[in-house]
Write a protein that binds this ligand. Structure first.
Ligand SMILES: C[S@@+](CC[C@H](N)C(=O)[O-])C[C@H]1O[C@@H](n2cnc3c(N)ncnc32)[C@H](O)[C@@H]1O
Length: 226
């Protein structure tokens, strides 16, 4: 089961992390227990505080759009929201009246050459890099570099096997048997802060925080295109 082939087929049903706005939501609360964090706090500290209404925002792997709904609510008519996913997410994520221009691309590789250069102010993903192996993550950030504006902010959750080990594999919903397997046989390939930093700095980004310490199982980095 090579991870990439698995990834392209998995999640065809449309993965959701629940509702990020309601006070209480069963799916979101289940996800929060597994990750050891509070999604409303993440929305406030990572999305609300970084997105301006006229931004051009790119999201990788939105699935059913739990985070996209928040992003859409933060943008106005001058803003733009673009998604990239192996799945056709247009059936789950709709544009909003008087909201930003929305464009969804169903992709099957890490080739983003069809996107305009110097286009995006903000690039976000959650629950995506943790399923991609280190070579794929390298390609994502290498190929997206020219598409980001100078000064753009990138915020992404990623797997961190060191934090996972401390947090607890079973509690985190990741099979401990993965420790004995190769990355291309599992859906939670090895990654950590050192490897992630090397990829980002190697591609010319400035790392502002390699982890913002908002969740206990994984890491979330904030970096900038300089
Ligand atoms: C676990 S779901 C997460 C969905 C959503 N971001 C959330 O947090 O609820 C992962 C999504 O990312 C997509 N995906 C994973 N790796 C990708 C990649 N390298 N390029 C494009 N889409 C990817 C999958 O197709 C799927 O829709």
């Amino acid at each position: 089961m090579p991870t990439l082939e698995w990834l392209k087929k998995e999640f065809h049903y449309g993965y959701t992390s629940g509702n990020m706005v309601k006070n209480s939501d069963e799916i979101r609360e289940r996800e929060e227990r597994k990750i050891g964090g509070n999604y409303i706090e993440i929305v406030q500290k990572l999305l609300v505080s970084h997105i301006q209404p006229n931004f051009s925002v790119l999201e990788l792997g939105p699935g059913r759009g739990s985070w996209s709904q928040v992003i859409l609510s933060l943008l106005n008519r001058d803003g733009k929201f673009t998604t990239l996913d192996f799945q056709d997410v247009s059936k789950w994520i709709n544009s909003v009246e008087d909201g930003p221009k929305v464009e969804h691309f169903q992709i099957d590789s890490f080739d983003y050459s069809f996107l305009k250069n110097d286009e995006f102010n903000f690039f976000w993903s959650f629950g995506v890099l943790c399923h991609n192996n280190i070579d794929s993550i390298y390609q994502i950030f290498h190929n997206i570099y020219p598409k980001m504006k100078k000064g753009a902010i990138l915020i992404h959750q990623y797997a961190d096997w060191e934090k996972l080990e401390n947090f607890g594999w079973e509690k985190g919903g990741v099979p401990p048997a993965f420790k004995e397997k190769m990355d291309n046989e599992i859906w939670w390939p090895r990654n950590n802060q050192k490897a992630m930093r090397a990829i980002l700095e190697g591609n010319g980004y400035e790392v502002l925080a390699i982890d913002c310490n908002l969740v206990q199982r994984d890491s979330i980095f904030i970096c900038k295109k300089i």
